[in-house]
Design a protein around this ligand. Sequence first.
Ligand code: HEM
Length: 399
Amino acid sequence: MEGGEGTEETPLPLVLTRFQLSEEYGFLLPDPLTELPEPYGPWMEIAHDLPQLIASHQLRSQVHQMPQLSTQHLRGREELHLAHLVLSFITMGYLWQEGEEGTVKVLPQNLAVPFWEVSQALGLPPILSHTDFVLANWRRKNPNRNLDTIISLPGGESLRGFILVTLLVEKAAVPGIKAIVQAICAILQLDEETLHKALQELAEAIGDMSKPPRGHSLPDFHVFPLSWKDNPAMPDGLIYEGVSDEPMAYSGGSAAQSTILHAFDELLGIRHSEESTAFLHRMRDYMPPPHRAFVEEIHRAPSLKQHVLSSGDARLCTAFNRCISALAEFRSYHITIVTKYITVAAAKAKAGQADPGDRAGPSAVKPPSALEAKGTGGSHIFSFLKSVRDTTREGMISA
Ligand code: HEM
């Protein structure tokens, strides 16, 4: 975040590009590729057919017949992201095919080795993360240009809705991300007018993130990607055959891995409890490295809160506090969604109901154990979410 007295202000697009951020799409990958080059046809065919292959319990045998492809022909960030997306979804389906009780301990070499190599190239973990689930998993359907996912798992409309709602939240956050950059530059240049405007824009963007998008229903419980860390169904983690003989443990995808709230928390100087901070910081390892670097850069910048306090400017204080209450409200709204989701999941599990769009249903029989008492990352959901919301409120500047 260059700038400051006596230095030239770096234009916003340049700052954003440094962190692989898009002016239009923020942390979302702009217009992701939807097909890989020819040699990777076997991956794409399986990936596009995942819900059916899982439903018919054929995915594992299809994977066993898949050739082990070299990752050398993958060119550029876009192809690598699509390869990671495809391999992470195939991995999830492979492990998940028979439900949580039927998971396996070893990921076969023809899947594990390329997945590992692509992960290393991108600096991402070899598991389905928020980047795969949401950031790189969207396209426009022709001819109406409606949004759709590129790769899916069993869960039909419900899963698509879940991914697209999260995607729309990422999109709604974009003016907020730009406002962060503007706010930091304004602090460095002691430009209170621009800082005030940036804080107003930030509060508005956070408010927009809490407006439920129309046309997307609450997802069913089978949408949660598996974790092989702190998961009783896979206590030893997973062996990536051909990579290491030792099992490795990774957390499943969660929007806690989205960079948005980490960036807002850093700018606003929110201090979460030690336990929550430890979990949230661990989630940063699941972000693309340039996005993680963006959060670290905000952390290193001069403190916004200190600046507002020492300015003694009542207008800045009010604008700062509006950002804090918008963020706390977003977190309260999220708690309501999670509560509803878990209540619906529990009721459906009890009734043994499956979503009509989901013909597979290993997890339609029972919600993933990780969701019954804990979050996908192993945190106790409600105490964690409420604590994070409450510490956000405590970030308010008192009159
Ligand atoms: C049905 C929908 C959703 C459910 C069931 C859900 C569930 C959860 C759970 C269980 C956690 C705890 C952390 C973990 O274990 O991974 C969490 C955290 C989190 N979720 Fe969601 N979530 C949903 C939708 C969303 C959406 C649309 C967003 C928007 C980006 C979001 C953003 C977050 C964030 C940022 C955290 C970290 C905690 C925080 O910073 O407040 N979630 N979510």
